[in-house]
Write a protein that binds this ligand. Structure first.
Ligand code: NAD
Length: 290
């Protein structure tokens, strides 16, 4: 397949490289100066999209996605597919899907979970929204870049699934960190805390797979001085997207709202910017009751 890949950053770069390694003809564009193994670079998004069977975007946010879509959609051939793997707001995802459909294209919103390691290893999970035909066209590429792809429903459903998942992630990380800080103050050994909770009803991905306490549980960013991993500002971005969606859908999400406020405080008023989102633990350690 001829693939145009736009946005070759931490995630997009290795994803594009994996498609090229699998034998696809990949033409890429990024605003920044990048070099990706096996990917031929061109000077604009429109050029990357020209004659492509599938155009994949992996961009920072919905505003940038909309700008790129305005440029790329008119350059694509009828029947080609636009697959956006960025994490963006549900409204932007739906607007771009409509624009693509109006232009005679297939479109899929397909955000991912699995981080930079998953992108490099080809083990991402894709959560996709769009027609069955569009999903079927993108699925062989998801199989190369990832280990699982779930067709969640119509346009926007992939982004809806992603922000619900990440709202749970933000809330459980905070709960895990505040529980560790409480355990510390109660004089509990951290390893014992892990041994109990990781095999009891308080277990979660944040405790068992991504433990925020250094030296406890499997290797995680906590063991590397909280270098990301998944940066706190990206967690904040996703929590804000879930609150934006909750507001427009009239859903009551109080825990998501508190998580969003705590990450905003951490990133904007404290020292969280650039640190992994599990650095909430040292933040809580330093504090007493407000
Ligand atoms: P990144 O900042 O490393 O990459 C984004 C790339 O887009 C950059 O290289 C940038 O130069 C490029 N870009 C920006 N505007 C552009 C434009 N107009 N035209 C062409 N290129 C442009 O970010 P990332 O970590 O690769 O994340 C990309 C997306 O994936 C985000 O939406 C993020 O929320 C999501 N995501 C990231 C992770 C993660 O762990 N990093 C995990 C899951 C999802």
């Amino acid at each position: 397949m001829k693939i145009g890949f736009i946005g070759l950053g931490n995630m997009g770069g290795p994803m594009a490289a994996n498609l090229a390694k699998a034998g696809h003809d990949v033409v890429g564009f990024d605003m920044a100066d990048v070099a990706i193994e096996g990917v031929a670079l061109v000077g604009s998004g429109a050029e990357a999209a020209k004659n492509a069977d599938v155009v994949i975007t992996m961009l920072p946010n919905g505003q940038i996605l909309r700008a790129v879509a305005n440029e790329v959609i008119p350059a694509m051939n009828t029947g080609a597919a636009l697959v956006d793997c960025s994490t963006v707001d549900v409204e932007s995802a739906k607007a771009v899907a409509q624009q693509a459909e109006d232009a005679g294209l297939l479109s899929v919103d397909a955000p991912v979970s699995g981080g930079i390691g998953g992108a490099a290893g080809g083990t991402l999970t894709f959560m996709a929204g769009g027609s069955a035909e569009a999903f079927a066209k993108a699925e062989p590429l998801f199989d190369i870049m990832g280990q699982k792809a779930v067709h969640c429903g119509a346009a926007g459903a992939g982004q809806s699934a992603k922000i619900c998942n990440n709202m749970i992630l933000g809330v459980t990380m905070i709960a895990t960190c505040e529980a560790f800080a409480l355990a510390d103050k109660l004089g509990l050994d951290r390893q014992k805390m892990f041994d109990v909770v990781s095999t009891s009803s308080g277990y979660s991905w944040t405790m068992n797979a991504y433990c925020p306490a250094p030296g406890v549980g499997p290797q995680s960013p906590a063991d590397n001085d909280y270098q990301p991993g998944f940066a706190s500002e990206l967690m904040l971005k996703d929590l804000r997207l879930s609150q934006q969606a909750a507001e427009s859908a009239n859903a009551d999400t109080p825990m998501g709202e508190i998580a969003s406020k705590l990450y905003a405080q951490f990133v904007e008023n404290e020292d969280g910017l650039g640190k992994d989102f599990s650095a909430m633990l040292p933040r809580f350690e330093k504090r007493g009751r407000p």
